[in-house]
Design a protein around this ligand. Sequence first.
Ligand code: ZN
Length: 331
Amino acid sequence: MIRITTVLLFLTALITCSPTRAPIAPPSPITSPSASPPTPTLEEPTAAPPTPASLAGTSAKAVITPSGVVAPVLRAQADGALVGTPCGNSAVVSTGIPLDGAMVVLDPGHGGSEVGAVGPNGLTEKELNLSVTGFAESFLRGNGANVVLTRTTDYRITLEARGKIVKALEPKAFVSIHHNAEADGPLPRPGTETYYQTVGSSSAESKRLAGLVYEEVVRTLSQYQGISWVGDTDAGAKYRKSSSGNDYYGIIRHTQGTPAALAELAFISNPPEADLLSRLDVQQAEGEAVARGISRFLTTEDPGSGFTEPYPRQAPAGGGGGAAGCTDPPL
Ligand SMILES: [Zn+2]
């Protein structure tokens, strides 16, 4: 109950402060955070044991291995837990921190040999995504939320393996954190994009989550003056479907059933944005903006904003995420 009280106090303060933020010009009007009291939908987080324990016969849904890798439990065994590895293999782990669930799962995009986009200043998307995700994690944890990351350091992990962590932990919200490249051209505002699910039982809530993360990220980035932003002409909170009608992006597809958003926060390919993103204070601001969007999703009925209708795209998205050439990190 102490934790719930803490969260509510924090969110009350958050909402009270919100109307003072600078206005921006998004594709559709950004709504102010609700002035009504936050809806107490948070349950008390499941606290993880602070120290590794024997996993023999464990009933945990996932574990944090001694090397810090998060892995879903496939089956309990007498000698430990049979877990799914980042590359989609299985292995037995004898000791670790058992996880019974999570309120929020955050997903730093790319990792290991999959560096993602690279800025003109040499900043790699994989390192930037991990840093921003860490700030979002700290912010949410500081306010009582039980948060688990799909990737904790610099290693490869497939999109399917990320999805299996989410399925195992059944969070109330999932956000995959990325930075974008190859914009259509200049924009008068940040070219932030958030993608949501269109298929599955969580699609309506996925859209609301994407709209709230969009709202908070654009509001935060817009406070940096004099940046020549770039983006796509349909930038906003949106979706992308494959020719079969399913959700296009693997991380969105593999998490259907859980409210999920894929966030492309800013363009690492754009020199002024890459320089901005190389600053630790900006990485923190981005991460905390994502966290505020998640907090509002969990505790209010705010609908989010910035929704746009995407134009048809033919070009396949790069980015990898498959198992080919994937080498598991030490567990
Ligand atoms: Zn990416």
